[in-house]
Write a protein that binds this ligand. Structure first.
Ligand code: GLU
Length: 503
């Protein structure tokens, strides 16, 4: 059996778009599923727009996502000779011809055709049937020539079987003689891409539906070069709720892979989400390990219709599609704690929160605390923000709990230090969840108040948050000393509130 070979050929003209990442992912899945190979090819023929920063960003993004490739990166510009040779081959076989029309002439003709409202505004075939003598004469005059593909002038349609969309066809008469090499000698995408796919022995081309019209023209190139067609599978475009293509210009950073990395999204959670954006497992299953996804993935289940990226710009509740956040949360809650610890470590280093003891004498505490607080978190970054109070003494007390749990009960100013005093009198061994809870409930009874008043007040003072793990688990995670100190310093919360009330 022929080895399955797929490719990911990005043009390095910007950041790694999540749509491109999805293309890379589906190709990767298909390679893995078939024990095949994934080729990374950087299509850098557009010299003006290609940049090294973009190449680095794409490679870095793929590595972060865990989408490893088997060959490459190859750089398309390094194969320019092969591209020109293929054009020569097409010329020699009569499948292409030299076109001496200048840019100005072509522009003039196009405008005239448009003004006359002609259906056909493509190339009019001026140079299609030049005699060898006419060609030689123009060359002798030093007129530069582009090379155009000679689309067969016949009735009927060029067609291919798309694994997702079925038969795709286009009338020959609808396809203009397209340029394959510019008059400055530069071969163009349609040709380079085919020549490279042939050289790289690509068996399956999985790419976006925006390429279907390229594909019909490329099928003509394959036929003219005498090479059998690979399998094509075009995947749906991803649109926003207003049915616009998602782009950095309209949507901002949310379309770039780098954004998710900075936001603390787990790489495989992003892959899992992207796989479901345009591929349907046929069941309700939403969470897939990479092995499960490889096993479940088929080309036939790639969607035909556009997929929707459910993102509302400026939504304060969700920074991206809520489904991605929910998938991320599920991974965050269930992934091996050591793996999570490594990711949190990287973020803590960036945030200046890292303590080497978390890999030494405080290792067990660090892992237990991550495990305790991860349930309510959405991203890796939440550990340093929402969870900051566990790892640092300077942390923000949020407005909502401050108002709800502190301002309403001014007496906490006495009650919490009183409770702290009782904790202080406990020996270290007695400072357990159960005893701390008993002491708290006993004090509430003495004061004739609901225990919740003390508990919510403590939560606010100790963590700055409205919600979180069980209160007495928090005490143990923070330890006796920090608990007491924070409860005794409750006064600063009132003064900060009074300051903000005045301002
Ligand atoms: N460089 C092209 C792109 O990024 C490749 C398209 C293809 O898959 O053939 O759109």
């Amino acid at each position: 059996m022929t080895e399955v070979r797929v490719r990911f050929p990005p043009s390095p003209t910007g950041y790694l778009h999540i749509g491109s990442a999805r293309t890379a992912l589906l190709n990767w899945l298909w390679a893995k599923k078939n024990n095949g190979k994934l080729v990374l090819r950087i299509e850098d023929t557009d010299e003006e727009r290609s940049t090294q920063t973009s190449i680095d960003g794409i490679i870095d993004g793929l590595q972060w996502l865990g989408l490893d490739w088997d060959e490459g990166p190859y750089f398309q510009t390094e194969f320019a000779d092969a591209h020109r040779q293929a054009a020569e081959q097409l010329l020699a076989a009569g499948h292409a011809y030299k076109c001496f029309c200048t840019k100005e002439e072509l522009e003039r003709k196009r405008e005239a055709a448009m003004a006359a409202k002609q259906d056909e505004v493509g190339y009019d075939g001026t140079c299609r049937d030049l005699t060898p003598e006419q060609v030689a004469e123009k060359e002798a005059q030093g007129i530069p020539a582009a090379i155009r593909f000679k689309v067969p002038q016949r009735e009927g349609k060029v067609a291919y079987e798309d694994k997702v969309l079925g038969t795709i066809e286009r009338a020959y008469t609808d396809i203009e003689d397209f340029v394959i090499v510019r008059s400055n000698g530069k071969p163009l995408y349609l040709l380079c891409n085919v020549v490279d796919d042939i050289r790289d022995r690509i068996t399956h081309i999985l790419r976006g539906q925006d390429h279907t019209s390229n594909t019909t023209r490329q099928v003509l190139l394959y036929e003219a070069l005498g090479v059998p067609l690979p399998v094509f599978a075009h995947m749906p475009l991803t649109l926003d709720l207003q049915k616009r293509k998602i782009s950095k210009r309209s949507h901002g950073e949310v379309v770039s892979v780098q954004f998710y990395r900075e936001k603390g999204v787990l790489p495989w959670a992003l892959c899992n989400f992207l796989a479901l954006l345009g591929w349907n497992p046929g069941t309700d299953q939403e969470i897939f390990s990479s092995e499960e996804l490889i096993a479940a993935f088929t080309l036939e289940r790639i969607g035909k219709v556009n997929s929707v990226f459910n993102y509302q710009k400026d939504d304060p509740k969700f920074f991206t599609d809520p489904k991605l956040i929910s998938i991320n949360e599920q991974y965050l809650r269930t992934m091996p704690i050591e793996e999570l610890a490594e990711l949190v470590k990287q973020d803590f280093i960036k945030q200046g929160l890292w303590d080497n003891a978390y890999e030494g004498e405080k290792r067990a505490w660090f892992l237990e605390t991550l495990n305790l607080i991860r349930d309510r978190f959405h991203t890796v970054c939440d550990f340093a923000t929402l969870g900051r109070a566990y790892f640092a003494d300077q942390y923000k007390v949020e407005d909502a709990p401050l108002k709800k749990n502190i301002l309403k009960y001014r007496e906490l100013l006495n009650w919490l230090p009183m409770l702290a005093g009782r904790f202080d009198r406990l020996s270290d061994d007695d400072f357990t969840k159960e005893i701390a809870e008993d002491s708290t409930r006993a004090l509430a009874e003495e004061l004739n108040i609901k225990p919740g008043v003390l508990i919510n007040g403590m939560r606010t003072v100790l963590t700055g948050q409205l919600a979180g793990p069980g209160m007495f688990d928090i005490l143990i995670a923070l330890g006796k000393e920090r608990t007491i100190e924070r409860m005794r310093s409750i006064e600063h919360l009132y003064s900060s509130l009074e300051d903000s009330a005045v301002s």
